[in-house]
Ligand binder design. Structure first.
Ligand code: IMP
Ligand code: MG
Length: 332
């Protein structure tokens, strides 16, 4: 059997619509395993399945299609929340039996991590204990999920596995969480999350670099960011974008700060991730606001029309990248 790994990776600060892209790609029947490769319950993926809005945080989108899903070795797991989420999916009629696996070496988010992160004021975290959990992991004081003893309660919901045999023989779709600007190394440090949000992270989770086939970068036609740093929002048009684009966090409900798309940053993120495809979402929101502004060389430019902005975005990218613009919240 031919096997490969395609990747969905966010080129901005999260919330670009990766969940929707993953969901659309899965319809092709080209995949038999979905791998979540970084982060934890800080992520919020909004998915429309058969017209119904579903928000997931830790469970990879594959389960909605009856496809096996793996929470990779590089993720951190909030077990009670994961179980809650699986129950929610079951209540919506999704069968998850035997579909959800977690690498036995993934680290666990504890009550202490949650309490500590709950006091964060400097970064504006999602308060999901992510930073303290990864810190303890790198400090070699963390807890791997396999060390916990209450097998009984969780076994009905998910299975602990060694990722390698799973990944080796499968056609994998790897879905990332957060985004380039939030990457611990490549992002706008210290206003970042504590995991690797670039394509390299997929291999850290056990996918052979030689298996990587297509890399779908995902961006919005404008940018959003949630956290304490200053970001856009200095004109009425950006406020309109926030309102019309419904830019409020899926995990915390916080308003997302909005800014115009930065093409230099987009091009850089595209290079680091060596994308083969770019999916640009939500250009329809700019249609409704009637403004097509972008940032290049630290300055704002007015592209004038939708087509003008599209051509600037395409121009900013390497020639071999296939660019898709999507107006639909449901498909690409
Ligand atoms: P943490 O990941 O909760 O530690 O938060 C660190 C930074 O990443 C904060 O600015 C969060 O708002 C941001 N962040 C974390 N996860 C997401 C996400 O899924 N979407 C958007 N921003 C996120
Ligand atoms: Mg999100």
């Amino acid at each position: 059997m031919s096997n490969y790994c395609d990747v969905v990776v966010d080129l901005q600060s999260g919330d670009t619509g990766k969940g929707k892209v993953t969901h659309s790609l899965l319809k092709s029947g080209e995949y038999d395993l979905v791998l979540r490769y970084n982060g934890g319950s800080n992520a919020g993926h909004t998915i429309y399945h058969n017209g119904e809005k579903i928000v997931t945080h830790q469970v990879p989108a594959g389960v909605l299609y009856g496809i096996k899903s793996l929470i990779g070795i590089g993720c951190v797991v909030n077990i009670p929340k994961l179980i809650e989420e699986i129950k929610m999916l079951n209540d919506h009629g999704f069968k998850t039996d035997g579909l959800i696996s977690v690498d036995y070496r993934a680290h666990v988010v504890t009550e202490e991590h949650l309490a500590e992160d709950g006091n964060d004021t400097s970064i504006g975290t999602t308060k999901q204990g992510i930073g303290p959990c990864y810190r303890d992991k790198y400090d070699r004081k963390g807890i791997r999920i396999t060390e916990l003893s209450y097998h009984q309660s969780r076994d009905n919901y998910f299975t602990l596995v060694d990722s390698l045999p799973f990944l080796k023989d499968a056609r994998v779709l790897a879905e990332g969480a957060q985004g380039f600007e939030l990457d611990i190394d490549w992002g706008d440090y210290p206003y970042v999350t504590s995991s690797h949000c670039t394509v390299g992270s997929v291999c850290l989770n056990g996918v052979s670099p030689r298996k990587i086939r297509k890399i779908y970068g995902v961006a919005k036609a404008y940018e959003t960011y949630v956290g304490t740093k200053d970001f856009g929002m200095d004109c009425d048009d950006l406020k309109k974008i926030q309102e019309i684009g419904q830019e409020f966090g899926a995990t915390t409900g916080r308003p997302r700060k909005c800014n115009w798309i930065n093409l230099d940053k987009l091009a850089y993120a595209a290079k680091v991730n060596d994308i083969t495809h770019l999916i640009v979402n939500k250009i329809d929101i700019l249609d409704q606001v009637g403004r097509y502004v972008y940032i290049e060389d630290f300055e704002r430019h007015d592209a004038g029309t939708r087509l003008g902005l599209i051509s600037e975005i395409v121009k900013a990218l390497p020639d071999n990248v296939r660019v898709i613009f999507s107006d639909s919240p449901h498909t690409i």
